[in-house]
Design a protein around this ligand. Structure first.
Ligand SMILES: Cc1ncc(C[n+]2csc(CCOP(=O)(O)OP(=O)(O)O)c2C)c(N)n1
Ligand code: SF4
Length: 516
């Protein structure tokens, strides 16, 4: 594996330099500089490159792995933290839904070695199934959320996240968005600081969440929240930038550069942490200006909090609650709010760009599979991967797609509900390993009358070609044991198993007809 530019010189402990890094590369660099020892992830746009980037750092510094899903990745990182080392898990926003069970309990347990979760949201749904806002998850679990606004902050806040994690005995979320993840800007890099293992913390009352312990830990969590609020009152990552007092803007993350582009001289409170919020600072700031606007992508998290404090704030009536922001969107909102003069309308060229829907690549192995699926006349519960595109014309080969691993459970439900067509589930290899196995066990156990088509293209293609336990290689490209799908499903209790080359269209047609 070639060393990536940000990893070059990584072994020279005191090297400092300025490098052009993406937000994801900067998060990886920040974790490395912070002395991370174990890092685990499941791929997902826009977070994938965090772990790919970490894999370029020396193996003697850290272990980096693809895990089978986000819960497993978080559990691996939690285990390393239990053992006293600094650990990182990274995932896309919906990955936290999968990891949520561990995440909510670990919020009570706290940490031993610093434990950071880098989570990348996808406002605008460039490549996801929804645009949920991770800040609400942080608030829900009482876990602090740091929000970098550029690549330099991505590095700096990731390092800070590890320190805060150990100082306050909490996991810390570093929340990115697509724009941060994939935008490159100059970053001052620094040396790695080793953090020797703290050793195992032998405290069942802290580490084992039986009800008696969990009740006490809940109290500790609420105390921790108060301490964090106090810390963020004076933390330099929450920055008050003075300006004209007629109005002020509270913002965070990648919204900040947009605000500055549109309102270069305005008073701005730039929050580096969007949870928990510093009540005193917010009150003082809001009293210093006549009107307060909150500019935040997706949900009105900060705006609602201000309202709860009895502070009058304007936000979502001018700036949308869905989609990705841009300077143009902010300008339109501030014009509507009457704080910016409307700009003369630009002449439109009246040329609509040609809409190009995404398509499967020419020669994709899924194309022939879905030609046969369609010809089979089945009702098809689909899943998430490149093959989801088979829902579009001309293939029109699947009827539903919910979340990763849903296909087999959905097909089971359809069959139970008496769907008149033969019912089929289609699922990719990475998705099957991620969340398909429990639902296949369930289908066998409950004797569901369904066909499952496991689309094994030996890679996680949708997110750019990552290895997984079915490819025989690790994240760093080393050889690894390879899942034998036939043996696996037979062990679960599936008795009728056939393996077909998807390019052999005649065989595909015949086999799917035989399943009816
Ligand atoms: C919970 C969750 N994690 C990650 C993703 C990102 N993602 C979408 S599809 C996919 C896997 C696709 O691989 P596979 O099932 O093998 O199908 P392929 O794309 O190779 O056809 C991933 C990781 C997601 N959408 N949801
Ligand atoms: S990248 Fe996706 S669409 Fe392209 S050939 Fe591979 S599986 Fe098919």
């Amino acid at each position: 594996m070639q060393a990536s530019p940000e990893a070059v010189g990584a072994s020279q402990q005191e090297a400092t330099d300025v490098r052009p890094l993406t937000g994801n590369e900067a998060i990886a660099r920040g974790a490395w500089e912070a002395g991370v020892r174990v890092a685990a992830a499941y791929p997902g746009t826009p977070s994938t490159e965090i772990m790919e980037s970490l894999a370029h750092y020396p193996a003697e510094d850290l272990h980096a792995q693809w895990s089978t899903n986000e819960k497993v990745a978080l559990d691996v990182a939690i285990g390393a933290s239990f053992a006293g080392s600094r650990a990182l898990a990274s995932m896309k926003h919906v990955g936290l839904n999968v990891a949520a069970d561990a995440f909510m309990s670990q919020a009570y347990i706290g940490v031993n070695g610093g434990l950071v979760i880098a989570i990348c949201d996808d406002p605008g749904i460039h490549s996801s199934q929804n645009e949920q806002d991770t800040r609400i998850f942080g608030q829900f679990a009482t876990v602090p959320v740091l929000e970098p606004s550029d690549a330099q902050e991505a590095l700096d806040l990731t390092k800070l996240a590890f320190d805060l994690s150990e100082q306050f005995d909490t996991m810390v979320i570093v929340r990115g968005t697509t724009r941060l993840s994939h935008t490159r800007s100059p970053v001052a890099i620094g040396p790695r600081r080793e953090h020797p293992s703290r050793g195992f913390n032998e405290s069942p009352a802290k580490n084992v969440m039986i009800p008696a312990h969990a009740r006490r830990r809940h109290t500790a969590v609420l105390e921790r929240e108060s301490k964090l609020k106090e810390y963020f009152e004076t933390s330099p990552i929450n920055r008050w930038e003075t300006g004209d007092a007629s109005f002020g803007v509270i913002t965070a993350g990648t919204c900040y550069p947009y605000v500055r582009e549109v309102l270069p001289n305005a008073s701005v409170l730039k929050l580096g942490a969007s949870w928990p919020l510093p009540e005193g600072l917010l009150r003082r700031y809001c009293e210093s200006v006549e009107r307060v606007f909150v500019v935040e992508e997706l949900e009105p998290v900060i705006e609602k909090e201000l309202r709860a404090l009895g502070i009058k704030a304007e936000g979502k009536q001018f700036f949308p609650r869905e989609g990705e922001f841009s300077p143009e969107i902010l300008r339109a909102g501030f014009e509507k709010a009457g704080v910016l003069e409307p700009r003369p309308k630009r002449e439109s060229w009246a040329i609509e760009p040609l809409v190009r829907p995404p398509v499967l690549c020419a020669g994709c192995p899924h194309t022939s599979s879905f030609m046969a699926v369609r010809a089979s006349g089945a009702r098809v519960a689909g899943d998430i991967g490149c093959y989801t595109l088979a829902c579009l014309d001309p293939l029109r080969g699947l009827d539903t797609t919910v979340s990763m691993g849903s296909s087999i459970g959905n097909a089971t439900g359809m069959a139970l509900a008496g769907e008149p067509k033969p019912v089929m589930a289609t699922i990719g290899d990475s998705t099957f390993l991620h969340a398909g196995i429990p639902s296949l066990i369930n289908a066998v156990y409950n004797q569901a009358n369904i066909t499952v088509l496991l689309l094994d293209n030996h890679i996680t293609a949708m997110t750019g070609g990552q290895e997984h336990p079915g490819t025989g290689k690790t994240l760093r490209g080393d050889p690894a044991p390879k899942v034998d799908y036939e043996a696996l499903v037979r062990a679960i209790g599936v008795t009728w198993v056939r393996t077909v080359d998807s390019y052999d269209l005649a065989a595909m047609y015949q086999i799917l007809r035989a399943c009816r």
